[in-house]
Design a protein around this ligand. Structure first.
Ligand code: NCD
Ligand code: ZN
Length: 355
């Protein structure tokens, strides 16, 4: 058995569901799951109810996060069909602008090319534009970001075609970064029958060839991000299961298992899960913030209790070699291998209030 110390990890793509979806997750439960997964900073997506599309809603979310969060949280602004005039006010307090170009869970979607270009042109930064831009819309998004000189981060790349488009853009020198989720690295269409509605997610689980392409181009991938998207078991078993799966607690155990199998080095894992996310999103380096992990005998991931309110994981049946033994945030032990010790409100909400 090997015991190692890693920096506190950063997950740039999580859905903490507050306000409006607290029965699935809230700041307190989602950040407890993060700490149990060795993640000390999360960036929270805007497709809540109501969505984070105005300055007032962003401030309301900051307030809620200040009270509930047990780890550090940054909050995304979302693009909507009527909020161009809000972007400048939201930008200083947001970790980025999220644009949903494809249909997914929640009402946010920009499916008009003119409006898409207007949002891309109008975002003042300093932090990046993040797009949900699958398949056919990806070339347009890359072109618009290049045309307007905007720094672009592509969320959850899932297919060979998408990663090859991004590789080509990087080789042209475009300022583009991307993330891949553990579920697209470890699952594929072949798991759909076994998982049933629990395998429903956007982007959909792809082919084994797509999955192989993500591993093949790992050197071009900037971040591992979970797209932690909790929905309750009852919702997933309903006649209209919402897409999304939780991932905060399984991400590091899965990636450590990949290290154990020689699929990537520990140094590369640290780049993908801490150093690169910090650089891309201008996140503070946290002194005295670290995770103690163990790589050892394989154990069924589902044998351990979860902290996410949704109470399930698509990885329950997998035998994993990596475990989180301890998480320390700014010198304070916040997870002891079993229990989350941090109180709600002890995390920091990043990026000050807007002007
Ligand atoms: C996400 C959700 O449930 O909020 N679902 C998903 O399948 N990934 C929305 C999203 O990120 O697309
Ligand atoms: Zn998402």
């Amino acid at each position: 058995m090997t015991i190692l110390r890693l920096p506190g990890l950063i997950d740039v793509h999580v859905h903490l569901r507050e306000p409006g979806g607290e029965h699935k997750e809230d700041y307190a439960s989602g950040t407890a799951a993060a700490l149990a997964g060795g993640i000390t900073c999360v960036l929270d997506m805007p497709n809540t109810t109501p969505p984070t599309t105005t300055y007032a809603r962003l401030m309301d979310k900051r307030q809620r996060a200040c009270q509930g969060a047990r780890c550090d949280v940054g909050i995304y602004a979302g693009a909507s069909h009527d909020n161009l005039h809000e972007l400048a006010a939201m930008a200083p307090a947001a970790c980025g602008l999220k644009i949903y170009v494809n249909e997914t869970f929640g009402p946010l979607r920009i499916d008009d090319a003119t409006l898409l270009e207007q949002h891309i042109a109008a975002w003042p930064g300093p932090r990046p534009i993040v797009t949900h831009s699958e398949g056919d819309v990806l070339p347009l998004v890359l072109e618009l970001a290049a045309r307007h000189g905007q720094r672009l981060h592509i969320a959850h790349v899932a297919t060979r075609r998408e990663i090859e488009l991004i590789v080509a853009a990087k080789e042209r020198g475009q300022a583009v970064t991307c993330e891949v989720t553990p579920h697209h690295l470890f699952l594929s269409v072949e798991d759909r029958a076994r998982l049933g509605p629990f395998g429903e997610v956007r982007p959909r689980l792809a082919t084994p060839d797509d999955r192989a392409a993500l591993w093949h181009y790992l050197d071009y991938i900037d971040c591992i991000a979970t797209d932690h998207a909790p929905h309750t078991i009852a919702e997933k078993q309903s006649s209209t299961p919402p897409p999304g799966m939780p991932g905060l607690e399984s991400s590091l155990p899965l990636m450590l298992t990949a290290v154990d199998e020689g699929r990537l080095t520990l140094e590369r894992l640290i780049e993908l899960m801490a150093t690169n996310p910090a650089r891309i999103f201008d996140l503070p380096i946290q002194p005295d913030t670290w995770v103690e992990v163990e790589i050892g005998p394989r154990e069924r991931f589902g044998a351990r209790p979860l902290h996410t309110r949704c109470g399930w994981t698509p990885f329950a049946d997998l035998e994993l070699a990596g475990r989180v033994r301890r998480t320390v945030l700014r010198g304070v032990e916040v997870f002891d291998g079993e229990r989350v010790l941090a109180a709600p409100g002890s995390g920091r909400v990043l990026f000050g209030t807007a002007a």
